[in-house]
Design a protein around this ligand. Structure first.
Ligand SMILES: Nc1ncnc2c1ncn2[C@@H]1O[C@H](COP(=O)(O)OP(=O)(O)OP(=O)(O)O)[C@@H](O)[C@H]1O
Length: 261
C-alpha cells in the first residue's frame, strides 16, 4: 500500500538555520498521527516542509507515492494553519471562507456549482456552524474561527488533513465539536497528521505520536492510556505552558521506536 506521506532523512530550515536535520516518517492511509514536542522544536516546520511550504534541503518527501516536487494533486490535502491570518482586512463571511476550500477542486475560473455549495454546507454542519454561514468571520470567537478553517479544509474533500495546533486557544466546546468532526473524517478512511500540544479530547483518535526533538524524531509510539490530571474529565486547559508540554513528552513512552543517531 502506498503511504500518504513518506519522509526520508529530511533536512529543512530558514535563512541558513537548520531546524530539521534528519527526519524520517511514514504516514499510511487511515493513520492519525500527532506531531508532538516542545515549543520551537520544529513541529510546524515539519508539517510545512511536508506540504512544500518550507523548502527541503536534503532527503526526500513523497506524497501519495509521488515525489513532492512533481506532486500536483494538492486538492487531496486539506491544510489548517495555526490561526486565521489576522487583520487581512477582507470582511469575508463564514460561508465564503469555507467556499475558498473548494477552489483547488473547481478552479478559480468556474463559479461554484451545486456540489460546491453542498460541500460547504456539509462541512459547516460537520463543525456545528451552519447557522453562522452568512456571518462575518470577525464576529466569531477564536474557537469558532478555528472551526471555520477546519470546515474550509473539509469542504475540499481531502484524503489527508494536516492541522497545526488546531486546539490552541480554543474553548472546550469547540475542541469537542472539532474532535467529533475529525472522528467522522477518520471513520470515513481519512488520514490525519496534526501538531498538538496536548491530546485532550483527541486522545482516543490518535493512533500514533511522533515527538520532534533536536531536529529529529526522538520517539514514536502509540498513545498511552490517560494518566495524570491532564486526562481527567473536566480538564479544560487551553493554554499549555512549557512545563506542561515537557510533561506531555515524558508521558509519551518511546514504545515502538527510539532513535538515537
Ligand atoms: N518563517 C520562519 N523564519 C525563520 N525562522 C522560523 C520561521 N518559522 C519558524 N522559525 C524558527 O524555527 C524554529 C522551529 O519553529 P516551529 O514553528 O517549527 O516550532 P514548533 O515546534 O511548531 O513550535 P511551537 O510549539 O511554539 O508552535 C523556531 O526556532 C522558530 O523561531
Amino acid at each position: 500500500m502506498t503511504n500518504v506521506v513518506e519522509v526520508r532523512h529530511a533536512a529543512a530550515g530558514y535563512d541558513g538555520r537548520e531546524i530539521l536535520s534528519d527526519v524520517s516518517l511514514s504516514v499510511a492511509p487511515g493513520d492519525v498521527v500527532a506531531v508532538l514536542g516542545a515549543n520551537g522544536s520544529g513541529k510546524s516546520t515539519l508539517i510545512r516542509t511536508v506540504l512544500g511550504l518550507v523548502p527541503l534541503r536534503r532527503g526526500e518527501i513523497e506524497l501519495f507515492g509521488t515525489p513532492q516536487r512533481r506532486f500536483r494533486q494538492w486538492q487531496r490535502i486539506g491544510y489548517v494553519p495555526q490561526r486565521l491570518g489576522a487583520g487581512s482586512g477582507v470582511p469575508a463571511t463564514v460561508g465564503e471562507v469555507v467556499a475558498s476550500g473548494r477552489l483547488a477542486r473547481r478552479g478559480i475560473f468556474h463559479f461554484p456549482g451545486a456540489a460546491d455549495k453542498a460541500a460547504v454546507r456539509e462541512a459547516l454542519s460537520d463543525v456545528g456552524l451552519l447557522d453562522r454561514i452568512g456571518d462575518p468571520v470577525s464576529t466569531l470567537s477564536g474557537g469558532q474561527q478555528q472551526r471555520t478553517l477546519i470546515a474550509r479544509a473539509l469542504a475540499g474533500k481531502p484524503d489527508l488533513l494536516v492541522l497545526d495546533e488546531p486546539n490552541a486557544g480554543v474553548d472546550a466546546a469547540s475542541q469537542e465539536a472539532f474532535a467529533e468532526s475529525l472522528t467522522r473524517f477518520a471513520g470515513a478512511g481519512g488520514t490525519i497528521m496534526l501538531v498538538l500540544h496536548e491530546l485532550g479530547p483527541l486522545r482516543p483518535l490518535i493512533g500514533r505520536g511522533v515527538v520532534v526533538h533536536d531536529g529529529r524524531i526522538a520517539h514514536e509510539g502509540t498513545p498511552p492510556e490517560p494518566a495524570g490530571h491532564h486526562a481527567e474529565p473536566g480538564h479544560d486547559h487551553v493554554h499549555p505552558h512549557a512545563d506542561e508540554v515537557k510533561a506531555g513528552i515524558c508521558e509519551w513512552a518511546p514504545t515502538e521506536r527510539t532513535k538515537a543517531y
